[in-house]
Every structure is written in C-alpha cells, then in structure tokens.
Ligand binder design. Structure first.
Ligand SMILES: Cc1ncc(COP(=O)(O)O)c(C=O)c1O
Length: 409
C-alpha cells in the first residue's frame, strides 16, 4: 500500500496540540549557543551554578549502594518514606496539616497537573485561570477539550471581583464552572503574588459556587520579600483545594519530582490513573529528594537559591528601569519571571526572533500564556538563569531593538 496517510490515523485530540513556546525557544537557543554566546532570559529554571550538585553526587553514591531497590519500581503513589516526608514538609513549610495517604509523588508538578485533568475534566468543562497563566497547563488541559476562561490580574493577583462576575455571568447562561486554576505565588509568567485578602476571597467564591481549586505551588519557596501570604490549601476548611507541588525550582528540574496532595477520594482515582501511565516517578530521584528532606537540607538549599535569584531580580529590575523606563513591567516578589509589555505595535514572536538573531539575547514571547489576543506584544523575562554580569547588557540590547522598531512603526 506504500506510505500511510498519517493524517487519517491521528486522534482528533491533536487539534488541541500546540508547541510550547518555551520548549521551542530552548531548542533554538541550544542550537544557537553552539555557534556563539547567548544571553538567555528564556527558560524558567534554577541556575545550575546554584544547585548543590556535589550534595546530590554524594547522596546518590550512598543511595545506590545502600538501597537494594534503587533501580526497581516503587509503588505508583511514590516511595512511602518520601510521601511521609512530603506530608511533614507541607506542615513545616506550608502550614498544611495532611498525611501521607493524601500525597502522591509525581513526575514533576507537570504530571500532577495532567493527572488532575485526567481525573476531573471532560470535554466542554469550564476552567477558570489567571490571565495570563502557565502555558504548559493551558496546553495540557486543552488536550482534554476543556473550555479555558481567563480572569485578569493586577499587582495583587487574580481580580477575584472579576472572577465572581465571570462565574455569575456563566451561571446565568446555564454554564457551571468546575475548576479554578491558580498559581498564587510568583506566578508564571507574570511573577505576581496574590495577596492574602484575594486568596481568602477566592476560597469564599469557590465555596459559594461549589467549585474545586487547583493550587499550583511551583514557586512557593522562592520568595524574596516579607509577604504575609500562605497557601490557599492551608486555609481550606472544606477540602476544596487540590495542591500541586514541585521540587523542581529549588532542587532541580531534572530530578522530575513533584507531588499532588488532595482529599483521599480524589487521590484514589489519581492512583488508578497514574499506575498504568508510568508505573512510578524515577526512583533514584525520589530517594535523593527523600534524603534531602530527611537530613533537613532543603532549608539551606532554598536560602542559597533565594539569595542568588533575589540579587539577579534586583539587577534586572534596575536594568529595566534604566534602559526601558517607559515600558510597563511586573515587579515580582517571588518566582523567576518578569513580564514586559513592548510598545503596542511590536509583535512578540517576531521581536524574540530578531533579538536572538541580531542581538544574541533570548526571551520568551508570552502570547500563548494569554487566553486571548491581549499578550501579542508581551515578553517573559527569566532572571534566575542569567549570569549577573550580563543582565544589564541583555536588557540594554532589548532596549536597543525596541528603539529601532519603534522608529520603524
Ligand atoms: C507554574 C508551574 N507549574 C508547574 C511547573 C512544572 O514544573 P515541573 O514539572 O518541573 O515540576 C512549572 C514549570 O515551569 C511552572 O512554572
């Protein structure tokens, strides 16, 4: 019959599959940086120079010798001792009372978010997110055919007054909202942290309209100022909040260790969903994280990261204020990102391409983080990975290109 016509074999689900702007950019930068040095403000990762690789090397050497089942399957829900340590971690660092039965170890927070959708969402369901929101969750949840609706943010986080308006509006049309997805601390891509009042209001709204909340806490441990906030989950009295955790941003993205903490009724289904998916999260990584927690090393690793990234954040904010004083940008107190609004007429994808080609600076066009067209002139800048001595230079080059394009349009 010859070469198959693959198009006719694809599932209709592929219509919801788009490339991640972050992953695409990272691939382009990896290729480019083989040819010449690039100043990258692109990927949202911890700085390899800050991560304690020596500690991991020593732990790994010990674990591989001592744990007979280190390269065998673990239970799908995770190594039991790690689940217990995570439950303790949530108490110590998040003020959340929980137990290991409500914790499942996942392949990063990414898998936790995917499984939430598998277990709870079906085509047509309405999910409300911050606008903009984390692009991979948007891309992933679209695979399930859900209807994503955005609520605008200001510097205090999601506008919960608008959230309630939206829920009412939908209700009047006979449509019920199933889930609210929020990244309340150091949000990706905006860097914004939701204040306590809004957090409380969001929970009140979820209760009033009988909606579940998914709280993505990927950046909860990278907080650079004294901010009186606590996780939504710690204030949840009804069991409405599903907590997606990740060790990626403090301990390292390549470990691929995250978790989901949820009421046991939900966790049971999550377990059934995860078992055939991957058998278990990578076992050596689970043991490394287990030992980091057990030996009380997380606090020091976190403090070292905070010190480094706070400094880089300050350098980037200063550079933006110096070289691009007329442009709007966010001022994060947590996380790894700053959003920058380019002049209206500059399209962010084209801008990022030219910036990389001509000025050897990498940024992420933020359009796909937005739910509508409002992000077409916005770029996301990461400060955690950048070399401190190159931050000012990188921003200066961004300003140069903005100046050139502003003259043309
Ligand atoms: C908001 C948010 N949630 C979840 C993740 C997932 O990270 P991981 O799968 O490495 O835990 C990321 C990574 O960038 C993120 O920014």
């Amino acid at each position: 019959m010859g070469k198959p016509d693959y198009g006719k074999f694809f599932a209709s689900r592929i219509n919801y599959m788009y490339p991640s702007p972050v992953r695409e950019a990272v691939a382009k930068i990896a290729y480019k940086s083989k040819i010449k040095p690039i100043i990258s403000f692109a990927a949202g990762e911890p700085d390899p120079e800050v991560l304690p690789r020596d500690i991991y090397a020593n732990l790994a050497a010990e674990i591989f010798r001592k744990v007979p089942k280190i390269v065998n399957y673990a239970p799908a829900e995770g190594v039991l001792d790690l689940r217990e340590e995570i439950a303790k971690f949530m108490k110590e660092y998040e003020g959340v009372e929980t137990s290991y039965e409500k914790v499942i170890v996942t392949v990063g927070g990414s898998q936790a978010l995917d499984i939430v959708a598998r277990v709870l969402l079906e085509p047509g369901d309405i999910v409300i997110t911050e606008n903009p929101s984390y692009v991979n969750t948007l891309l992933c949840w679209r695979h399930y055919g859900v209807q994503l609706t955005g609520v605008e943010m200001d510097e205090k986080g999601m506008r919960t007054d608008k959230l309630e308006e939206k829920i009412k509006e939908l209700k009047n049309k006979g449509r019920l909202v199933k889930l609210i997805y929020t990244i309340p601390t150091g949000q990706n891509p905006s860097g914004i942290t939701m204040n306590l009042e809004r957090r409380k209001h969001l929970l009140e709204i979820a209760s009033k309209y009988d909606i579940l909340v998914v709280e993505d806490t990927a950046y909860n441990h990278l907080v650079y100022e004294e901010v009186p906030v606590k996780p939504l989950r710690s204030m949840d009295k009804e069991g409405r909040v599903i907590y997606a955790g990740s060790f990626s941003k403090v301990l390292g993205t390549g470990l691929r260790v995250g978790w989901l903490e949820a009421p046991e009724e939900v966790i049971e289904k999550v377990r059934y969903s995860k078992q055939p998916m991957d058998m278990c999260a990578p076992v050596p990584s689970q043991y490394i994280v287990l030992e980091v927690l057990r030996r009380k090393m997380f606090g020091d690793i976190k403090m070292r990261a905070i010190e480094a990234y706070k400094h880089k954040r300050d350098l980037m904010l200063k550079a933006l204020d110096t070289h691009l004083p007329e442009l709007k940008h966010t001022r994060p107190v947590a996380g790894m990102f700053i959003l920058l609004w380019l002049p209206e007429k500059i399209e962010s994808y084209a801008f990022a391409d030219v910036l990389l080609e001509k000025y050897d600076v990498a940024v992420i066009p933020a359009a796909r983080f937005f739910l509508g067209e409002e992000g077409r002139n916005v770029i996301r800048l990461n400060f955690s990975m950048a070399k401190p001595n190159l931050i000012d230079e990188g921003v200066k080059r961004i300003a140069k290109l903005v100046g050139e394009l502003a003259e043309q349009v």
